[in-house]
Design a protein around this ligand. Structure first.
Ligand code: CP
Length: 311
């Protein structure tokens, strides 16, 4: 099998590649404004890309779809419920068949952590991880870094707090890897069963209280409670969680004047974030969505460039 590039995780990527992808994302954002007819890439035009989401998605799926169309890919979207998986066919068999049908790139979201790593060892289609279980969501981390860089110019030295259900969050894992590569420091904040002390590492500290830290943060990343990934803990009442960790207008006023709030979405309004905060100029949740298209264009173009080099 010929080697092909995959985007599975942020952890193994070099800083230079992350920087290049983010700069390319900014390039696409500028071209989309100034000369959208120039967005099509000769590397991607007519190449076959399949979107395959085994979990629900609004932002990631739509932005990969837009990114693929703008680059000129021949895009096919498959619904797992209408594939032969429901007749008992194995996942690996499905992907071997997609390879035989001539797909160059597959953008895949799967509920099992590591599913794409497994597939990548067996197939010749470039895989782009659109979120695997609790493990990784690399394109989300790229668009998050793009959004932070756009506001601050650089990430080095920034103090970033990630608040919520970190243990089950693929977004948090990918953000932590990216933030550390760029030289930001990270505080993981939440109750111990969401933020166990074992998550602490170089440049990454764990805290179980938000109010003591909030004044010293440049960026606050809010996370949703991942009720689909674990039985909900009845000991954790939502009103208690909200009281201790939600970004309300009052808590927002404790942030430094330059600080921004991010949320990857979907937002559980009234639990981790109030609607009034979502509407503030310094809450960049919708900017993240907008940047997602351009960061994903950079990723898809990179995958095609790599196929040219590898094969
Ligand atoms: N941020 C994110 O992954 O959102 P979706 O689940 O809507 O794709």
């Amino acid at each position: 099998m010929k080697p092909v590039p995959h985007l599975l995780d942020i952890a193994p990527l070099r800083l230079e590649l992350l920087e290049r992808l983010i700069e390319r994302g900014f390039f696409f954002k500028r071209i989309a404004r100034e000369a959208p007819e120039r967005l099509k890439s000769p590397l991607c035009t007519g190449k076959r890309l399949v979107l395959l989401f085994f979990e629900p998605s609004t932002r990631t799926r739509t932005s990969f779809s837009l990114a693929a169309k703008q680059l000129g890919f021949d895009l096919q979207t498959l619904e797992p419920g209408s594939m032969s998986l429901v007749k008992g066919e194995k996942l690996i068999e499905n992907f071997l068949n997609l390879g035989k049908l001539g797909f160059d790139v597959a953008v895949v979201r799967h509920p099992s952590s590591g599913a794409l790593h497994f597939l990548s060892r067996h197939i010749g289609v470039s895989l782009v991880n659109a979120g695997d279980g609790c493990h990784a969501h690399p394109s989300q981390a790229l668009l998050d870094m793009m959004t932070i860089k756009e506001r601050f110019g650089e990430l080095k030295g920034l103090r970033v707090g990630i608040v919520g259900d970190v243990a089950k969050s693929r977004v948090a894992r990918s953000d932590i890897h990216a933030l550390r590569k760029f030289g930001a420091t990270v505080s993981l904040i939440g109750p111990p069963h969401f933020v166990p002390d074992t998550l602490e590492g170089p440049g990454v500290r764990v805290s179980h209280g938000l109010d003591g830290l909030i004044k010293g943060l440049d960026v606050l990343v809010m996370l949703r409670i991942q009720t689909e990934r674990a039985a909900y803990d009845p000991l954790l009442s939502l009103s208690w969680y909200r009281e201790a960790y939600a970004i309300t207008l009052e808590r927002f006023s404790s942030l430094p004047d330059h600080a921004i709030v991010l949320h990857p979405g979907p937002v559980s309004l009234g639990i981790e974030m109030d609607e009034e905060v979502l509407k503030l100029d310094r809450c960049l949740s919708y900017t993240q969505v907008e940047n997602g298209v351009f960061a994903r264009m950079a990723v898809l173009e990179w995958a095609m460039e790599g196929r040219g080099r590898c094969c």
